[in-house]
Design a protein around this ligand. Structure first.
Ligand SMILES: [Zn+2]
Length: 451
């Protein structure tokens, strides 16, 4: 993400060739066939990742988009670029809202740069969590905390500082190496039942297993949950954070739909996935992070007591919003179109009236939005990001160039479109200097606002 007090935008620089058609899960003989495979065939062949039912109902269809973290170097701009469907389905049987695994996780996650520690606010969020957990579970030198998708140790470093032994599991080998250099014991593989069982046999089981923003991002959510179960002690706790579908719908956060985000979870559907692995939800917290997330605590079913009242409250909120019926999920597509119409109209009118526009941030979510809206350099000439890893790169699909934030002061745009809307307050404060030349900030989601 970004240095200092910089806002966090997702920073993953995919180094893999963007034209790699083998990244699909489609069983095809060659590239030419892969490109013409019917989407419905793919979906039918995969089925619901939770219950196996055939997926026939659309939640929202955002058309075709390249993987949102496949940032391009200048020398890749004249090459082909593979676009995959962003067609989100809902299972009639279990209500899991899901994106079929159009892009294989191995291709997305194996070698990208995603340094959680670039976000000061996210690191602080993690620190508070570790301190809370130490008190709640009375963790010490004899305990073990395991984190799945531990990244560069942004969370586990706080446990290490408190003298609590840790194990990080981070699929991206280059990032695991960085964590190890920082003294955070980290191994590199995907967590599933087999790898979780193996890790537990070598390191012992954990008092606390953590998964922040990974549960919704694994294609085989049940196998991942079984990995969690394999790693946690019978009287241990599993803590998972994931974006709450209720908030995604309420706040029209459709740009949080991207290829790596496979499952769009309610507390109800998350509970179903955990149950399949022998885990039961016992408590939940509603968080502001990522536009509205749930932190779900579960324990092995054998030792789980009655869930807290807040679990019942959140389930009731979901039911009241219609999310415990398939019909209650309808209507989101119309909301999405309203956002697109507002933003495109604004940018076209700005261009017609001779106003200059720039973007702020290059998060993955921005790429969903820009690709879906068809916004390219003609309407948004450039964006800036605090992460030096992105400077000189281009956004996937739209090919909008990314510069350092200093570019804003050099070009003094009339409007600055904030792409990571979840950090709007932080960014507006940070870019206060742009008011000097009269710049206004534009936030497209949940509805277009010029501030
Ligand atoms: Zn299902």
């Amino acid at each position: 993400m970004a240095e200092g007090t910089a806002p966090a935008t997702d920073v993953r620089l995919a180094d893999a060739p963007v034209t790699d058609v083998s990244a699909t899960d489609v069983p095809v003989a060659d590239v030419a066939e892969a490109e013409v495979v019917d989407v419905v065939d793919v979906v039918d062949s995969v089925g619901c990742r939770l219950c196996g039912a055939v997926l026939t109902r659309t939640f929202v269809d955002l058309g075709m988009s390249p993987p949102c973290e496949s940032y391009l170097r200048a020398d890749q701009l004249d090459s082909g670029e593979t676009f995959y469907p962003l067609h989100v389905r809902i299972c009639d049987n279990c209500l899991l809202v899901q994106l079929p695994a159009y892009v294989a996780a191995d291709d997305v996650f194996s070698d990208y740069l995603y340094f959680s520690s670039y976000s000061t606010s996210w690191v602080e969020h993690a620190r508070r969590f570790v301190v809370d957990m130490q008190e709640r579970l009375d963790l010490g030198a004899e305990s073990l905390i395991v984190e799945a998708a531990s990244n560069d140790g942004y969370l586990l470093q706080h446990a290490t500082a408190l003298g609590i032994p840790v194990l990080g599991i981070e699929p991206a080998a280059n990032i695991a190496e960085i964590a190890n250099h920082k003294g955070i014991r980290t191994e590199s593989y995907f967590l599933g039942e087999a790898t979780g069982t193996d890790a537990a046999s070598r390191h012992g089981k954990a008092d606390l297993v953590v998964g922040n923003n990974v549960f919704a991002h694994v294609p085989d959510i049940v196998d991942f949950a079984k990995g969690l179960r394999a790693l946690v002690k019978d009287d241990g706790l599993v803590s998972l954070e994931f974006p709450h579908l209720l908030r995604l719908i309420e706040n029209r956060q459709y740009d949080t739909i991207y290829h790596e985000h496979y499952s769009y979870l309610t507390l109800k559907t998350a509970g179903l996935a955990l149950e399949k692995a022998g885990l039961q939800i016992v408590d939940v917290q509603e968080l502001q992070s990522h536009g509205g997330s749930l932190r779900v605590f579960s324990t092995p079913i054998e030792t789980a007591g009655a869930p807290t009242e807040i679990v019942g409250k959140v389930l009731q909120d979901e039911a009241d919003a219609g999310l415990h019926s398939v019909e209650g999920h309808a209507g989101f597509a119309a909301e999405v179109f309203a956002i697109k119409a507002e933003l495109v109209t604004f940018l076209v009118e700005a261009a017609r009236s001779g106003k200059s526009v720039a973007g702020y941030g290059a998060p993955g979510k921005g790429n969903t939005l820009l690709n879906h809206c068809g916004i390219r350099e003609d309407l948004l000439p450039y964006t800036v990001d605090r992460s030096p890893h992105k400077h000189g790169m281009y956004l996937p699909g739209t090919h909008i160039p990314i510069f350092a934030p200093e570019r804003l002061a050099e070009t003094r745009p009339d409007y600055i479109v904030i792409l990571p809307w979840n950090l709007r307050a932080e960014i507006v404060h940070q870019l206060g200097y742009a008011r000097e030349w009269g710049a206004k900030f534009v936030v497209p989601i949940p509805r277009l606002e010029v501030i």
